[in-house]
Write a protein that binds this ligand. Structure first.
Ligand SMILES: [Zn+2]
Ligand SMILES: [Zn+2]
Length: 260
């Protein structure tokens, strides 16, 4: 982004943050968003993590969840793991504190440069028109737009969410997948053909949403689809349990994810 375009953004940033730490609220005497302590204590997701879903764990290697059923995205990475401070940042970003996109995009850019420099298009997770109207904006789109300006990769806005899905929090991974199936629809196919797409979102929990979106983008012609989020929920500790009868039934069973 050229400098003239950035001026209003820099102004907005300076106006809004008042040089207080976004972690503890203490005054900071530099242009940073955090005081030194909070910055150092942020849960940076720099490894070990799963090479596929990017969730933090005690050791490198493909995590149990990916072994059971991997995401339709080729690779996912997150800046932070989902901890108290990072969950608050995400929650504030989703509930009115739009200026936090500057802080977030700065960190997304670092992660982008480390992992995703071959990207052709930046995508976001679309909301239905109704949901976007209720919130006033789509935080996933805000992040993708801001990152697009920083790294010079075009924003892809050719996919829509065509129906509301139930609130995801209370559902199991499998229920989430069923709930989401077919909810996204590509309206700009041509631009996707043979492209490497990077989906930007705030949080990766079960990964069902970005997985369904990746599936949709790949079916529409994208060559590779990766995911970059601000936070991701660390993988669960290994608990052995007897598999349920119906767990062998997978969504989109006819499609084999690529990249592994
Ligand atoms: Zn602080
Ligand atoms: Zn994994």
């Amino acid at each position: 982004m050229n400098f003239l375009k950035r001026i209003p953004r820099i102004f907005e940033r300076k106006q809004k943050i008042n040089y207080t730490c976004e972690g503890c609220g203490k005054e900071v005497f530099s242009e940073g968003y955090f005081c030194k302590d909070c910055f150092a204590n942020l849960p940076w997701n720099v490894g070990p993590y799963c090479p596929l879903c990017g969730r933090a764990g005690k050791e490198d290697g493909v995590c149990l969840e990916c072994k059971e059923k991997r995401l339709f995205a080729d690779r996912a990475r997150s800046v932070w793991t989902h901890g108290e401070m990072t969950a608050t940042i995400v929650s504030r970003l989703k509930n009115g504190a739009k200026y936090l996109r500057f802080l977030c995009a700065e960190q997304l850019e670092e992660c982008y440069l480390s992992h995703f420099t071959g990207t052709d298009l930046l995508a976001f997770v679309p909301m239905t028109k109704g949901a976007e109207k209720r919130r006033g904006y789509n935080q996933s789109r805000l992040l993708a737009e801001e990152l697009s300006g920083r790294v010079g990769v075009p924003l892809y806005d050719g996919v829509i969410k065509q129906r509301e899905t139930d609130a995801q929090k209370i559902l199991s991974r499998r229920e989430r997948e069923e709930n989401l199936r077919g909810c996204f629809h590509v309206v700009k196919r041509k631009e996707l053909r043979g492209k490497t797409v990077l989906i930007i979102d705030d949080t990766l929990t079960t990964g069902s949403t970005v997985s369904e979106l990746s599936y949709t983008l790949k079916r529409a012609g994208a060559k590779e689809v990766n995911v970059l989020t601000l936070t991701s929920v660390p993988r669960k500790p290994i608990v052995k349990k007897a598999p349920k009868q119906d767990e062998s039934v997978h969504t989109h069973q006819d499609e084999t994810p690529t990249g592994l």
